[in-house]
Design a protein around this ligand. Structure first.
Ligand SMILES: Cc1cc2nc3c(=O)[nH]c(=O)nc-3n(C[C@H](O)[C@H](O)[C@H](O)COP(=O)(O)OP(=O)(O)OC[C@H]3O[C@@H](n4cnc5c(N)ncnc54)[C@H](O)[C@@H]3O)c2cc1C
Length: 360
């Protein structure tokens, strides 16, 4: 059989991409080298919270994705979503001043508190639940993709054939000649804990870490901020709470008699400007052959670049993968099925242009 699409990678980016394409009636196969959602998606909180700050295209994108994703989970996976709202609290005096300034840029529903804000349109979802339901709906096979060959219009991946490939591997090194994507890995933890009176927690609290409401007999505490060079010993670091997750959580509320039930650790991939990378991949060699003067800064409309036909990417979801994945997957589906353009801020082409201007 020849699949309409093969998605490489079964984290939230890959599963959501597959879900939206399958809903359009396409035959879709997900190839995952491990179990689904065992990568970054395994460790996530997964808190769905807004971004505050001055106006910026990134903030606008985050809050639009948030609105979309909460509606999407509500319509399709209602029983898994806890629409609990979030208390965002400043962490020091400087941050208090920033919060005051941010108020004039607020573009979402909020309530002002003595210190900080409450946002009712925030939620939390259990990543394990959502991934296992998606796994049941989708066709997932265990396979590490090391090599992709194209013969005519068909891609061959091991014994599988497909008309189209979407890379969702949380990586920019792909088994295909693409060298211009730039992103970095950041690590983090989630601790599942219990503490005295934790059953009464009904909302998310966020200061320097996020604390979830009481769900499934535990409270989740999460943060991702550790540079990749320090990711090596996360297991040991977690045992000694080296990055002070519990200490930072105690700045929000007293955690008495804390029992750490489980520690999750994971990596997330972030592009340098935090926007995810979604869309068609460019054939950089052929593009530069046709337009060598691109290297000298001459502008060429990016529609005229040479793209790898039917080869796409959905990656670099950063610290908000569960906020972005469904929105991006919808945009990707609109591109693949209806040829609707993606926002430029997400497109791989912007990385290509940057890489020509600033080669490594
Ligand atoms: C500690 C922590 C807390 C977080 N908290 C939140 C949160 O509260 N809210 C939120 O929205 N986000 C949160 N995130 C971020 C979120 O988890 C990520 O953005 C998201 O999971 C990324 O999804 P992904 O599918 O791109 O990557 P992954 O989940 O890493 O999936 C990539 C998959 O590709 C597979 N793969 C790779 N190469 C191959 C190959 N060659 N062949 C086959 N399969 C391959 C991997 O095995 C993996 O399963 C958190 C992340 C961490 C680490």
């Amino acid at each position: 059989m020849i699949y309409d699409s093969i998605i490489v990678g079964g984290g939230v980016a890959g599963l959501m991409s597959a879900y939206f394409l399958q809903k359009e009636g396409m035959s879709v196969l997900v190839l995952e080298r491990d179990e689904v959602c065992k990568g970054g998606s395994y460790a996530a909180g997964a808190f769905l919270t807004p971004k505050i700050g001055k106006f910026s295209p990134y903030k606008e994108y985050v809050n639009r994705s948030l609105e979309f994703s909460i509606d999407f989970y509500e319509q399709n996976f209602k029983e898994m979503l806890n629409r609990c709202g979030v208390y965002k609290l400043p962490y020091d005096e400087k941050d208090k001043e920033r919060f005051k300034e941010y108020e004039k840029f607020m573009d979402i529903d909020y309530r002002k508190l003595k210190e900080g804000f409450f946002f009712p349109n925030a939620a939390v979802i259990d990543p394990k639940d959502i991934c296992s339901v998606l796994k049941q709906i989708l066709n997932v096979k265990r396979e590490e993709v090391k090599d992709i060959k194209r013969m005519g219009d068909i891609f061959h991946i091991s014994s599988f054939k497909t008309k189209r490939v979407v890379f969702a591997t949380a990586s920019t090194s792909l088994p295909y000649p693409v060298s211009y994507l730039r992103a970095k890995k950041i690590c983090g933890y989630r601790y599942d804990v219990r503490f005295r009176n934790c059953e009464s927690l009904k909302n998310i609290f966020h200061k320097r870490v996020s604390i979830s409401p009481f769900m499934k007999n535990r409270v989740a505490i999460g943060a991702t901020h550790i540079k990749s060079k320090f990711c090596m010993n996360l297991e040991n670091d977690a045992k000694s709470d080296r990055y002070d997750l519990l200490k930072k959580a105690k700045e929000i509320m007293p955690l008495e008699d804390v029992e750490v039930l489980k520690i999750y650790k994971g990596e997330r991939l972030s592009s340098l400007d935090y926007f995810p990378i979604v869309g068609e991949l460019i054939n950089e060699v052929e593009t530069l052959k046709r337009y060598p003067y691109l290297r000298k800064g001459t502008k060429v409309p990016f529609d005229d670049f040479i793209y790898y036909k039917d080869l796409f990417i959905h990656t670099a979801l950063g610290a908000r993968g569960f906020v972005f994945a469904s929105y991006n997957a919808k945009l990707l589906k609109d591109l693949i099925v209806y040829n609707k353009k993606l926002p430029y801020s997400l497109m791989p082409v912007r990385h290509f242009i940057k890489s020509i201007r600033n080669p490594l």
